[in-house]
Design a protein around this ligand. Structure first.
Ligand code: SDX
Length: 426
């Protein structure tokens, strides 16, 4: 295939370079399109537009492949840990034992937040959604670390703010939960691993079984990164103005909150609960979903990129059975989820639209079995996705020729209006 694309516009033909990625993906580089033709492209929702090049994550939606820095998600979920995988996405290589130990210790050293942040968390109504608490406190950290708000951080400052945010987001998440329950904050216990310590800070239970800690660790690994999804693109967009990293991560939290994105894991549980409580059979529920006049969707199904099984959903579905069995939990919602999946995957509406379970379809079942309340599910997604956001931000600001993100548009509004005095307006 030629490494150039020919575009014929009337009597003019322009040649545009074809860019080929390391996995064979191909893109037409339109960097010079407007200068050479006066045209821009139009692609609502960026369905066909690559916003950047990146070496962090590769996914193939047709084949259901997901790799972080060339490592398959299946292998990392089986053999790695959340912090080791986080190091991998940040630095592009698996850490040595001593590198990992230092990295883990640095994250563990950020085991609290300034008193003013604790006061802010306590100032929220108890029924505030924890994502509101998380987002506002992540940006508020900028008020306490002025040196890390410089528009250009040194490599040492970037390394430091990465471990600081890995530690402090977990603290804010746990404190937000404790406040929502009207409970006192529990101080981190440095003798526990990352996931066990988070569960301890949430529940006060120090004897977290290794199965529970491993289940949470695997879930966090599966959420680490997912190329240019909505929240990561928001992080890149905000970070591209050289906004400080705290504001940049807060933007990622806000984008993730939406029910079409990370908020779907909470919406799935609410959907399963509704089916259980209403006694609706799957076919009745799915008929509502398929009804064009209904706004309901089969939450946890469908994906902008995956037109096959989301590989993460496959892993989580298997983990559901083993975690619930280990914990001796029988959750009717799991049976409902499996039944819905089975009926949907035989239904032409879903098959023809290539709608399969995504990462959010089963994840909430495990969070629930671990005792994590539904409105904390998207916070868990944020904890898992934080390394991806930070890795993609780091990659962007370190990329030569880094520019502020500023898409174009095509104007379709009024072209010429004249001012009418207010007394003459109808
Ligand atoms: C995440 O981008 C990422 O990588 C995200 C993520 C990550 O790790 O960062 O993977 C995490 O956000 C997963 C997705 C979580 N969201 C949900 O589960 C919400 C339910 N799913 C959808 O709303 C939808 O599938 C999206 C938002 C995920 C994708 O939407 P698209 O790509 O814009 O597709 P679309 O809305 O244009 O749908 C195409 C067709 C439409 O029907 P027609 O107009 O062609 O008749 O499929 C239908 C849609 O109505 N459809 C659904 C559906 N999803 C799509 N119909 C019913 N239920 C659904 N879930």
């Amino acid at each position: 295939m030629s490494d150039k694309a020919k575009l014929v516009l009337g009597d003019k033909t322009v040649e545009l370079p074809v860019f080929t990625g390391s996995e064979g993906e191909k893109a037409i580089d339109i960097t010079k399109l407007r200068a050479e033709t006066g045209f821009v492209t139009l692609d609502s929702g960026y369905m066909n537009t690559g916003a950047c090049t990146s070496a962090v994550t590769f996914l193939d939606g047709e084949l259901g492949i997901l790799k972080y820095r060339g490592h398959s998600i299946e292998e990392l979920a089986e053999k790695s840990s959340f912090l080791e995988t986080s190091y991998l996405v940040f630095y592009g290589k698996l850490p040595t034992a001593s590198e990992l130990k230092v990295f883990e210790e640095k994250i563990a050293s950020y085991n609290d937040v300034p008193e003013g942040i604790k006061t802010m968390i306590k100032a929220f109504p108890k029924d505030a959604h924890p994502m509101a608490v998380l987002s506002s406190n992540m940006v508020s950290l900028s008020a306490y670390y002025h040196d890390l708000c410089a528009q250009d951080l040194t490599p040492a400052q970037k390394d430091e703010v990465i471990v600081q945010l890995m530690g402090q987001l977990k603290v804010v998440a746990a404190y937000a939960y404790r406040h929502s329950q009207g409970l006192e904050f529990i101080k981190s216990d440095g003798s526990l691993d990352y996931c066990s310590d988070f569960i301890y800070m949430m529940t006060g239970n120090k004897n977290v079984s290794k199965e529970v800690a491993k289940a949470l660790d695997v879930l966090l690994i599966l959420h680490v990164d997912h190329e240019q999804n909505c929240s990561t693109s928001s992080v890149r967009m905000v970070g591209s103005s050289k906004a400080n990293i705290f504001a940049t991560i807060s933007a990622g939290v806000d984008a993730l909150w939406g029910p079409l994105h990370g908020g779907a894991n909470q919406a799935v549980l609410e959907m399963l609960e509704e089916i259980k409580n209403s006694g609706k059979d799957y076919k009745t529920f799915l008929a509502e979903v398929k009804d064009k006049n209904s706004s309901s969707r089969l939450m946890g199904f469908g994906h902008r990129v995956y037109k096959n099984f989301d590989p993460r959903a496959k892993i989580i579905k298997v983990a559901c059975d083993s975690v619930l069995k280990t914990l001796g939990v029988k959750d009717p919602l799991l049976d409902i989820a499996k039944g819905l999946e089975e009926v949907a995957l035989r239904d032409e509406y879903f098959v023809s639209r290539k709608l399969y379970p995504n990462v959010d379809f089963y994840s909430g079942i495990i969070y629930r079995a671990l005792g994590i309340p539904t409105n904390m599910f998207t916070v868990m997604f944020a904890m898992g996705r934080l390394p991806g956001w930070l890795a993609q931000w780091k990659e962007m600001v370190e990329q030569s020729g880094f520019k502020i993100c500023r898409p174009r548009q095509i104007f379709t509004g009024d072209t010429k209006n004249t001012y009418i005095e207010i007394k003459s307006r109808s």
